[in-house]
Ligand binder design. Structure first.
Ligand SMILES: [Zn+2]
Length: 522
């Protein structure tokens, strides 16, 4: 017999079941780690590189695959795009698996797909009222800006030059088209579909960043104008750029400069790691040395100054990647650094961090890098990079890891603060070259200089290997301000935001990079 009690019990059990199971049934959000260049807080005319963590619902997210054709008129490009397709397909598969919509947008070849259900589905949502937004014209922020690479020759770097013609007939077969994917090269269709289905986030992939990815009717500019939350997947794209053209850099440095432009004026970028959990893609032809800039500091505007330095290094054909912590002295999210996986492939780590504790797996990435014997250039606050001065726990109550002896063990330093009276007085530091060290490769072209730094106390250094090259003097003290610790570690206690405008300091930072990356100098 069904009694009231039985009904109540059944309802109660059902409620408990739902409470336990519903969170498990709910679709997992995708953790997106963006990189963008925003006006710096202290100087609106300057840009700083920042990171944001967003949680995206897969059902509100689409990936647009731009112009990944079967063949390009340029031979070089055909080969590179084919390599990219092999890397891109598993990323799309992983995203589809998570519930992300995949949109295939090979321009000009829609007739090939005219009978595909994925093509017909897209056509149902055409909204001609969106047409004016799809002309690919520049965004307001881009006003007065020029792309950093000259592709007025259409970007062919082959000898002899390839003949331009419509070489494409379809999307490359390397990329799988799923049953529930879309095929469209029109913003009017995609805009209509996204609105109807509640798609809010769009990831652009494919080629080429300085052409179709930006300008097509389904490209980044259109998606921005449609009000979508757009990002570029910066490791799943390429450029049309011939290194013989300005600014005469390596093809892949040209790509990096174009990504900088997009991060500055158009939209943030991400790497495929957010979808796959794996290493970002790198073209086999990209043989540049790789520099990982680990920046987690909120006092000296390092996330503005180091990216400026990084752009100079990019123009010297080094690849520069950023692993970023929030640029704050205190507060939420401080004990985290994003994108540390770049250390795995890095040839040099440039570190400008201050008092961060890290999740053990993240600290392990730093320690693995250091243990591998690869070089480190550590700047100013980095002597206390991983010393948070007290135990730190994450939101779940897990203790985060610190590395208090980093200063002594790796840099040979002995950081003991600075004279705060002199800091207030702004007396600065006079920097001089240690007698007998004038011909050291690190000091080529470096002259004594005066700088704004309130000088760090570091005497006595704690390493037998330490070789002091620069000393600083203020009205009270004389201290080492630059030394090597063995052939693979260079530390400077300089690094005030104004230092990066002093010629000798700039020369010094470039010398340090060249020295640490070239064994022949050691
Ligand atoms: Zn070519």
């Amino acid at each position: 017999m069904i009694t009231k009690k039985t009904i109540c019990r059944t309802l109660l059990s059902f409620t408990i079941f739902m409470l336990i199971c519903f969170p498990l049934l709910a679709v997992e959000k995708i953790r997106i780690s963006t990189q963008q260049r925003e006006p710096a807080v202290w100087d609106k005319n300057a840009r700083s590189v920042t990171n944001r963590i967003e949680q995206w619902k897969p059902e509100e997210t689409a990936i647009i695959v731009c112009d990944m054709w079967d063949k390009h008129w340029c031979k070089h490009s055909t080969v590179r795009f084919a390599e990219l397709a092999v890397a891109l397909n598993p990323v799309l598969n992983a995203a589809r698996e998570k519930g992300v919509l995949i949109v295939h947008s090979p321009s000009d070849v829609m007739t090939f797909y005219k009978d595909y259900p994925q093509r017909k589905e897209s056509q149902k949502y055409a909204d001609e009222s969106l047409k004016p937004l799809t002309d690919g014209s520049p965004l307001p922020l881009e006003k007065g800006q020029k792309f950093p690479i000259d592709a007025s020759d259409e970007g062919c770097e082959c000898t002899p030059k390839c003949k331009i013609y419509r070489a494409w007939t379809r999307q490359t077969e390397t990329i799988t088209i799923g049953e529930h994917d879309l095929i469209s090269d029109l913003g009017t269709e995609l805009g209509g579909y996204f609105k109807e289905k509640g798609i809010k986030n769009v990831i652009l992939t494919g080629v080429a960043t300085n052409m179709c990815v930006m300008k097509r009717p389904f490209g980044i500019r259109t998606m921005k104008k449609l009000g979508l939350n757009v990002v570029l997947m910066r490791d799943m794209t390429d450029v049309m750029y011939n290194p013989a053209m300005p600014p005469k850099v390596d093809h892949f440095s040209g790509l990096d400069l174009m990504v900088n432009y997009i991060e500055t004026f158009v939209c943030p970028s991400i790497v495929s790691t957010d979808i796959t959990g794996k290493k970002p893609f790198r073209f086999s032809d990209d043989r540049r040395k790789r520099i990982a800039l680990v920046i987690a500091e909120g006092e000296y505007h390092a996330n503005q100054r180091l990216p400026e330095f990084a752009e100079e290094l990019t123009r010297k054909n080094y690849h520069c990647g950023f692993a970023l912590g929030v640029p704050r002295m205190n507060g939420e999210g401080r004990h985290n650094i994003e994108n540390l996986q770049i250390l795995e492939d890095a040839d040099l780590m440039i570190l400008y961090a201050r008092r961060r504790a890290l999740a053990p797996e993240k600290m392990a990435m730093i320690k693995e890098y250091v243990a591998s014997g690869r070089p480190i250039f550590a700047i100013r606050t980095s002597s206390a990079a991983f010393d948070a001065q007290k135990p730190i726990k994450d939101e779940q109550g897990n203790v985060l890891e610190q590395w208090k002896e980093f200063d002594k063990d790796i840099l040979g330093g002995n950081y003991q603060g600075y004279d705060s009276d002199l800091r207030k007085q702004g007396t600065g530091t006079d920097v001089t070259i240690v007698a007998g060290k004038e011909n050291h490769p690190l000091l080529k072209g470096v002259q004594p200089f005066h700088c704004q730094d309130w000088m760090y106390k570091n005497t006595p250094l704690r390493s037998d290997k330490a070789e002091v090259l620069l000393r600083g003097k203020n009205p009270k003290l004389e201290e080492p301000v630059l030394w090597t610790n063995g052939s693979n570690a260079v530390y400077t206690s300089l690094g005030h935001w104004d230092d990066w405008t002093i010629d000798s300091y700039k020369t010094l930072t470039h010398n340090i990079v060249e020295y640490l990356l070239n064994d022949s100098q050691k």
